[in-house]
Ligand binder design. Sequence first.
Ligand code: 5GP
Length: 193
Amino acid sequence: MKKPTIFIFSGPGGAGKTTLVDKLFRKKPIRRAFVKGISFTTRRIRPGERGGRDYFFVSKEEFLKLKKKNFFLENEKVLSDYYGTPKYFFAVAKREKKDLILCIDVKGGMYLKKNFKQARTITIFISAPTEKELQARLKKRIEAAEMIKKRIKLSKKELQSSRYYDYVIINQDLSTSLNVLEAILLAEKFRRE
Ligand code: 5GP
């Protein structure tokens, strides 16, 4: 039987990953063939976000308890919060003969690529067109100035890891990026193992 594929989307906050994935899942051929993983996180909910749709928001205690129970496919600490992908979504994808899309950080992405052999992994790095643009997008988020600084620093580090990714998309124009992404997803789906 063909192994499911996990498509790992990484890239700095503010590059437009979430918008792109949300828009992808509005397309029927994508919904029919892919499952989107929803992560658990200990970070605070942002305005406009909804628990169970964007993330499952939990306390640090709950997160660590789940981690101990082996609940996660992978989990990482990003800046000062924990993030983890529940195994559940992989099971659903497998059962429904679909592929899985995860938006996770570079460390989590590289971890899965190296260690998770029950799936084929395809990595896609999404980046903002310029550093200036990225900073502007990050600043639009309501977060403490200190946190924004930390995120900018992290994004520079993550950008260096983009060379390990199978695909790199510079998200200059949303609809172009969307078309490129859809083409990658569908072409990879038909690739021989
Ligand atoms: P944000 O707080 O901006 O939503 O996410 C911060 C970083 O955590 C982003 O790079 C995002 O992709 C990553 N992230 C979200 N969920 C997960 C997860 O389940 N595992 C890992 N390793 N990273 C995640």
